[in-house]
Design a protein around this ligand. Structure first.
Ligand code: CA2
Length: 153
């Protein structure tokens, strides 16, 4: 059997990380985030497939792919967090665990960021820890996968 795999999915505008708004989103690039998650996952024996898109339907496609190709998903859905029934339905339709991560503390920002359409169908949520939140989300995701495996065997 091959290595266990996680999907790292980043939503709209996160390709701008490190290029704009460092006060809110830090100085690290999306590539730095992907490297961080790959390193953290590799230490736990997992490989990572990483995907970023500005398009809602493409994100839906990747969530669906996880059912066959990954053990779980770490996702920053960005602005679609607050609006997307399509992403919520896609997460509901798969059996794999999904952890939602936000770089900023959305609860100290505008009220429209306080609601997540996705949190009720996710296994967990990490927010407000900057880029390091991706590390926490990845470790939490792997712990969940490993403990579910133990429960079922
Ligand atoms: O805090 C987060 O991670 C967010 O998911 C980021 C989203 C925002 O809509 C959510 O409410 C919270 C925005 C991502 C935009 O990313 C940028 C990065 C650098 C420069 C400009 C935008």
């Amino acid at each position: 059997m091959g290595k266990k795999r996680l999907f790292l999915i980043n939503g709209p505008n996160l390709n701008m990380l490190g290029k704009r708004e460092p006060a809110t989103y830090g100085k690290k690039s999306l590539e730095d985030v992907e490297t961080l998650v790959k390193e953290v996952a590799a230490e736990q024996g997992f490989e990572v497939k990483s995907f970023q898109s500005n398009h809602e339907g493409d994100l839906v496609d990747w969530i669906q792919r996880a059912e066959e190709e990954a053990e779980g998903i770490v996702i920053n859905p960005a602005a679609y967090t607050h609006t997307s029934i399509a992403l919520r339905d896609a997460i509901s339709a798969i059996s794999k665990p999904v952890v939602e991560i936000h770089i900023s503390n959305v609860h100290e920002r505008e009220s429209f960021r306080h609601t997540s359409m996705l949190a009720p169908v996710c296994s967990g949520q990490v927010l407000g820890f900057g880029i390091d939140g991706y590390r926490l989300a990845t470790l939490g995701m792997i712990q969940k996968i490993e403990s579910e495996g133990r429960n079922h065997s």
